[in-house]
Design a protein around this ligand. Structure first.
Ligand code: ATP
Ligand code: MG
Length: 438
């Protein structure tokens, strides 16, 4: 068929969900590696929970009136049993569910971390996607403020090892439920006295979740919100002492922070400490990491009560910040590119190369693209062009002349002047050891 109209339509990915391709994926792997090492230093172990969870886990865990539950969840009905399932919009609820289900805390508290894709139906824009990735660190079963401080120190040091600057820490204390109730009453009274100034969204929230009004992104409401009663005035001595404990540890570590009394976080499960790491270098999506204490979440999802604290970091935003700060490329190290003149020499060449890889060298072998005919490996000239493109330090030449004498040609690709030399087949491993990177 030659009729154009009969060609199948080109399929493209889902809006707001990104493909991560090389070389970009190298930057991801670098970040992931840094995160794993940093977690290990603090004794946090990796957990992998399913991407799909029962919908009630999020409704109960995050709160019915949160942005995520109200409008951002990818939920669907399992056709086989009618159960409502949801693509995880965050990982804390799933992790707490898993910890309860497996009685993970039976022999003491646990330090855990996760890393992976999350799903929220948001309007896609810079730093905001529908599939995005989070790293999270969670200290489960720890009741003392030292766990809160440790988690903040962990993140703070991660920015340092990534070479990031211009990140500030905002801190607040949400107190305990009774203190929040007293504050909420005062808040409702205040907003009711200024009802006409509220936007439609906030008027609705006044009835459902008035605290959330403080989280508003409407610039017209900022003055009103700034004048609202502050929770800190309702905190009792225990909550204040807890907050002081966190602050003293941060001070001792020279970690600067500002107290932001309006920091409430978007999800319902927090108490006592909440914090965000923010930057002004990413436009309006400036929060790169946020978290806090959630001592009531275990109970909320039907588990045995346990105190806990944690944070989640947006990987896309951290990578974008690295980008903005000029810390972009991670170049792959290639040691050897193998040039093979004809198909007859492939078995011998590929056996030799396997030995070099076993020694830890990075070896790319020339292989035919779409245009090669069955017999030809393509011209040596075009193969050398590929060798240069690969960034390899050396080209190894498996050619006819060389094969007869049981040698391979060696060309130093970083030194144009250097002549091509030769190596006996039997000396290849020793040569490999001699060029190994430390
Ligand atoms: P925001 O106020 O930006 O919507 P949030 O309070 O909804 O953030 P959290 O649920 O606390 O975000 O998630 C922790 C981190 O995950 C955020 O600080 C951010 O870095 C990242 N994040 C959240 N939603 C997205 C998204 N849709 N796309 C990319 N990153 C996101
Ligand atoms: Mg959000």
């Amino acid at each position: 068929m030659t009729d154009k109209a009969s060609k199948p339509a080109k399929l493209v990915g889902v809006k707001g969900m990104n493909d991560i391709m090389p070389p970009e994926s190298l930057r991801w792997e670098h970040l992931e590696q840094q995160v794993r090492e940093q977690m290990a230093r603090f004794g946090y172990f990796n957990v992998r929970t399913p991407i799909v969870e029962p919908t009630p886990l999020f409704v109960r865990g995050l709160g019915q009136n949160t942005d995520v539950v109200e409008k951002e969840m990818y939920s669907f009905v399992d056709r086989l049993n009618g159960e409502s399932l949801t693509l995880r919009p965050e990982n804390t609820a799933g992790l707490v569910r898993a910890a309860s289900e497996h009685a993970l805390l039976h022999d003491g508290p646990k330090r855990l971390f996760y890393m992976g894709p999350m799903f929220r139906h948001e309007r896609p824009q810079r730093g905001r996607y529908r599939q995005f990735h989070q790293v999270g660190a969670e200290a489960l079963g720890f009741s003392g403020y030292e766990a809160d401080a440790e988690l903040i120190l962990l993140a703070h040091q991660l920015w340092q090892r990534l070479g990031l600057t211009g990140i500030s820490l905002e801190l607040n204390c949400l107190g305990q439920p009774a203190e929040r109730r007293a504050h909420k009453e005062a808040l409702v009274a205040y907003f009711q006295a200024h009802l006409a100034q509220l936007d439609e969204d906030s008027q609705r929230r006044l009835l459902t979740n008035p605290l959330r009004i403080l989280d508003t992104k409407n610039p017209q409401l900022q003055a009103l919100v700034n004048g609202a009663p502050q929770l800190i005035a309702f905190l009792g001595p225990q909550s204040l002492a807890f907050f002081d404990g966190v602050k003293a540890i941060l001070d001792a570590n020279g970690v600067p922070f500002t107290i932001n009394p309006r920091l409430v976080r978007g999800l319902d499960y927090y108490n006592l400490t909440v914090f965000e790491f923010v930057t002004d270098q990413l436009g309006s999506q400036g929060t790169i990491c946020g978290g806090g204490r959630y001592d009531y979440l275990f109970e909320e999802v039907g588990g045995k009560p346990a105190p806990a604290v944690g944070w989640a970091m947006g990987m896309e935003r951290v990578l974008e910040l690295l980008n903005v700060q000029g810390k972009q490329a991670v170049t792959p190290e290639v040691d050897v590119y193998a040039v093979v003149d004809k198909t007859d020499h492939l078995p011998m060449a590929m056996a030799q190369l396997q030995g070099l890889r076993a020694q830890g060298l990075v070896v790319h072998m020339h292989a035919r693209g779409q245009t090669g005919d069955v017999q030809s490996m393509g011209s040596l000239k075009s193969q050398f062009k590929r060798a240069d493109l690969s960034g390899a330090r050396f080209a190894l030449v498996f050619g006819q002349d060389e094969a007869v004498r049981q040698v391979v040609g060696v060309k130093n690709l970083r030194d144009r002047e250097a002549a091509q030399t030769e190596l006996a087949w039997g000396d290849l491993q020793a040569w490999g050891a001699s060029i190994a990177r430390p």
